[in-house]
Design a protein around this ligand. Structure first.
Ligand code: WT7
Length: 652
């Protein structure tokens, strides 16, 4: 709440830097307003023009938006393209020796690839995938660290029309298993291990464990990239080395020309109910969102050195690492490690070394780095920077100010970008040459995206009041469906009880100030945002309840200075209320249990035990009471409907 209050009372406005405007891709408010007007007057034509301008099509499309079967919208459906062709071949034709990726490993080794070299790598690996029997439409799980090879693997899938599903390296074997099973994947691509912060994480072992669980029969082969040289427990029938897959393969691979709606990838994300949802993105519309926002929000230019610190396992690592920067022919940094290794100056050192011009990271990293050494950046030359970005969670005004002054030297605009796995690309974000900034606000919508704030009935919510953040028109880069579960797609994003299912409901609440700027207030569903990682409370609860000693569990978020939110679990055991050393033992065991079930990122920060949970007489858990208890607040809510008030004392 204190964060929300300070955001809402924020009244500092930072005007645009005229030097920036002079060179910007969008140079004036009139230009922005003209784009919005064009989109309002001819929505479908507006996006069609952009799609023709920015994408190389093998077969042109004649239809732009098809909204005949809402909410299953399609875009450019009779056009044919290949995303990897758009990311590689067309740049190789113009500027083959331009650097595509500067990779820096955890230990600090640097490896550079040009567009031509990257195309060769992608083509050889794509041919290798074909030799393993992978064809258009097959699902491929990728479980790899940030690396040139992870990008090669994703691009190679795109090249042959295979649908990748990247699993973040912090997820457990169980989580990999769940995704393999849901996607019915035919192939898994992994590394022997991953090095982060000097520590080794045996990725291949997690894959082995996942495949040993029932329900992975669809997997025919596992491709293993040798990254660290860690010993691999070899399975003769199933395993094949990456270097053997590419051996004797041709350097050329004709792209598979796919329909614009052909799924490019599935990325699993957490919702308020059930297992993670396989968010399915299409090829054409997704690519268009990536390209337009690279140009408009990141103001990308030919000579930029762009760096997004995101991991390929999340949507930011898809749109703003693997696809967007390559689609616009940029030079980018790909970093394997973490901001605090070998020391908390790693980011600033790398910005100096590589002369980074555009830097995109998450508020949680900024807050952690302020705490570990707020003046460390002053030891480095950060003068190459011209634009800063923030993503993943609301940025508190204090962190924003530090980022603006200490990193950006009060000359770099900060683009606070609000979007989601489901939106594929930025939705709310400043246009850096024209939008004055307010700390903590992601300002206005991307031209051509129509956002609003409404109540349940769909009525507009007026200035400074909170409501549901909705997107009123279908847009090219949006989620097409939940893999294999169209009913769940409708329920989750076009729910009947909000505006009669007319609009895309983001799951966030927001308010709009008198300048027309949006302020994100947080999720309205049972989704937590822990260090920018999205987690469903239900998922963590299911993991806890799967433990043989647990009868019932409820999980809530508690505001946390660095992580944004921390995880507090209330647990009812099957036997007696645990006390003393037994309690400490169980807390530890349950935390490890959740790490095994989901991943270390989902470990509860605190676990409290009670004989029951606070419930209404009808048996519903009163979560708002649990939230107050977690925060240590006095209970001021009405507890007259509570069945078992004495429980509150136990859970304090
Ligand atoms: C949720 C989406 C978008 C890529 C990373 C997260 C929150 C995201 C912001 C921001 C306030 C933000 C929202 C959203 N969120 N960016 N700039 N300001 N909140 O993607 O895992 O799909 O999570 O992250 O709550 O719904 P994701």
């Amino acid at each position: 709440m204190s964060n929300i209050q300070s955001v809402l009372s924020e009244n500092r406005v930072f005007p645009v830097n005229p030097e920036f405007t002079k060179q910007a891709n969008i140079k004036s408010e009139q230009e922005y307003q003209q784009m919005v007007a064009d989109a309002s007057n001819n929505y479908s034509g507006y996006w069609a023009n952009l799609a023709r301008q920015y994408i190389d099509w093998k077969a042109p499309f004649s239809k732009s938006l098809n909204d005949s079967n809402p909410p299953f919208y399609t875009w450019f459906e009779d056009g044919k393209l290949n995303v990897s062709y758009n990311c590689l071949d067309r740049h190789v034709a113009n500027n083959p020796h331009k650097t595509a990726i500067i990779f820096e490993s955890d230990a600090g080794h640097i490896e550079t690839v040009t567009y031509k070299e990257l195309l060769t790598k992608v083509s050889r690996f794509a041919n290798g995938l074909k030799s393993l029997g992978i064809v258009k439409g097959d699902r491929v799980i990728i479980y790899m660290p940030n690396s040139i090879e992870a990008i090669v693997a994703m691009q190679a899938c795109a090249r042959i029309g295979a649908i990748h599903s990247v699993v973040f390296g912090g997820f457990s074997a169980k989580a990999i298993h769940e995704r393999i099973h849901d996607a019915q994947a035919k192939l898994v691509i992994t590394s022997d291990a991953q090095k982060r912060g000097g520590k080794i994480f045996p990725l291949n072992q997690d894959v082995k464990e996942a495949l040993s669980l029932p329900g992975c029969e669809s997997v025919e082969k596992v491709v293993i990239h040798r990254r660290t040289g860690e010993k691999v427990e070899w399975d003769n029938k199933r395993d094949i080395w990456w270097h053997d897959v590419i051996k004797n393969q041709s350097d050329e691979c004709e792209p598979e020309w796919v329909e614009a709606e052909h799924p490019l990838f599935i990325l699993y994300t957490s919702g308020s109910t059930g297992t993670p949802k396989g968010v399915q993105h299409a090829s054409g519309g997704y690519l268009l969102g990536a390209i337009t926002t690279m140009k408009w929000v990141f103001d990308i230019k030919d000579d930029d050195i762009y760096w997004s610190t995101a991991d390929v396992g999340w949507i930011t690592g898809h749109t703003y690492l693997c696809y967007g920067p390559l689609a616009v022919g940029a030079t980018q940094i790909v970093f394997e490690g973490i901001p605090t290794f070998p020391a908390a100056d790693r980011f600033w050192r790398m910005i100096e070394t590589h002369k980074v011009t555009i830097f995109y990271t998450a508020p949680t990293a900024i807050r952690a780095l302020i705490k570990l050494g707020g003046d460390l950046p002053n030891n480095f030359d950060l003068s190459s920077l011209r634009l800063l970005g923030s993503v993943g969670e609301p940025i508190n005004p204090e962190a924003w100010m530090w980022y603006y002054e200490t990193i950006g030297k009060s000359k770099c605009p900060i683009v606070d970008t609000w979007w989601q796995t489901e939106t594929g690309s930025h939705i709310l974000a400043p246009i850096p040459g024209i939008t004055a900034l307010t700390p903590g606000s992601c300002t206005r919508s991307i031209p051509g995206i129509f956002v609003d704030i409404v109540d349940e009935a769909g009525n507009l919510v007026t200035d400074n009041n909170g409501g549901y953040l909705v997107i009123k028109k279908p847009f090219p880069s949006q989620i097409r469906t939940i893999w294999n579960n169209p009913e769940r797609f409708i329920k989750a994003y076009y729910p009947e009880d909000i505006a009669n299912g007319k609009y895309y409901v983001a799951g966030d609440s927001a308010s709009r100030d008198t300048m027309g700027y949006y302020h994100i207030l947080g999720r309205i569903d049972d989704v937590l945002n822990v260090s920018g990682h999205r987690l469903g409370t239900m998922e963590i609860e299911s993991a806890l309840v799967a433990h043989p000693g647990v009868a019932e569990a409820a999980v809530v978020g508690r505001p946390h200075d660095i992580k944004g939110e921390s995880i507090v679990a209330f647990v009812v055991c099957k036997g007696q209320l645990p006390t003393g050393s037994e309690k400490d033992f169980l807390i530890n065991e349950l935390r490890e249990w959740v790490a095994k079930e989901i991943g270390a990122l989902a470990k509860p920060d605190e676990i409290r035990f009670g004989e029951n949970l606070p419930k209404t007489r009808s048996g519903k858990i009163m979560r708002r009471l649990l939230r107050s208890l977690a925060k240590g607040e006095a209970i001021t809510q009405d507890i007259s409907t509570l069945e078992n008030p004495h429980i509150l004392d136990q859970l304090k």
